[in-house]
Design a protein around this ligand. Sequence first.
Ligand code: SAM
Length: 280
Amino acid sequence: MLSYRHSFHAGNHADVLKHTVQSLIIEALKEKEKPFLYLDTHAGAGRYQLSGEHAERTGEYLEGIARIWQQDDLPAELEPYMNVVRHFNRSGQLRYYPGSPLIARELLREQDSLQLTELHPSDYPLLRQEFQKDSRTRVERADGYQQLKAKLPPVSRRGLILIDPPYEIKTDYQAVVSGISDGHKRFATGVYALWYPVVLRQQIKRMLRDLEATGIRNILQIELGVRPDSDQRGMTASGMIVINPPWKLEAQMNNVLPWLHSKLVPAGTGHTLIHQVVPE
Ligand code: SAM
C-alpha cells in the first residue's frame, strides 16, 4: 500500500521538528573531517511545491514552516536548516520546501555520501531527477528497511540513518524497531534518527518499550505536541528518537524546542518533551 504522498504534508510542524534535528546531527558530524554516510530509508520526492495542489489542499505548511521562516529572533540552532529553506526560496517568497534528501544534499560536504531509497512510483522518479548530477548520491527504488541490512556498516564507519516511514500500515511501528535492531547489530556507532507521529499514544509507548527491549543504549526522545493527546483527531504531536545523539543535541534542543513550540503553536496547546529513554 503506497497511498501516502508527502507533498500533502511537506513543511508542516512535524517536518520542522524532524528537519531541525536532522540538520543539527549533520552539522555535528561535520565537526570531524572524516567522511560520513547519510542514509535516508524513506526519502520522499525531495522537493515540494507549496503553491502546488497537494500542499494548498491541506495548508499544513501554513502552520509549520510559514510560521517560522521569517522570524527575526531565530535561535542559532535553526540557522543550518533555515539556510537550506532560504536557498530554495531566494525570491523571498516561500514557494518550495526541501525534504530530508535535499536538506542533506545542501549540508553535506564533497567527501560525504548519500544513499536514498523511495518506493513510490511517482515520487521515486522525481527524487532520482533531483540527484542526477550529484556524484555523491545513490538513489534506489527499494525497500527502506532492507537498506538497514544492505548498506550498513558504511565504509567510512560514520553515518546518520534517517528512518521516516509514513506509518500508513500499522506494522510500521514494529518494522522500525526491527529495522533499527538489524542496523544497530551491523553498525552500533551510527546515529539513528527515527521520526514518529503521535496518533494513538499507546502505539508510541509500545514502540518505545520494544526499542528498549532490544538492549540498544543511548536513546534520546524529542517531541513537539500541538494539541493534547487524543484518539480521535489525527496527529496531535510528532517526535524524533535519536540513538547515539551527538553530545550537544540535547542541550541544543532544550534551547530551541520551547521557541519552536511558541511560534508553531501560538495558542499554546500541546507540549514539548526531551527525554533520555535509555542512558549511554
Ligand atoms: N523523509 C522525507 C522528508 O523528510 O522529506 C519524507 C518521507 S515520507 C514521510 C515517507 C515516504 O516513504 C513516502 O514517500 C513513501 O512513498 C515512502 N515509502 C513507504 N514505504 C516505503 C518503504 N518500505 N521503503 C522506502 N520508501 C517507502
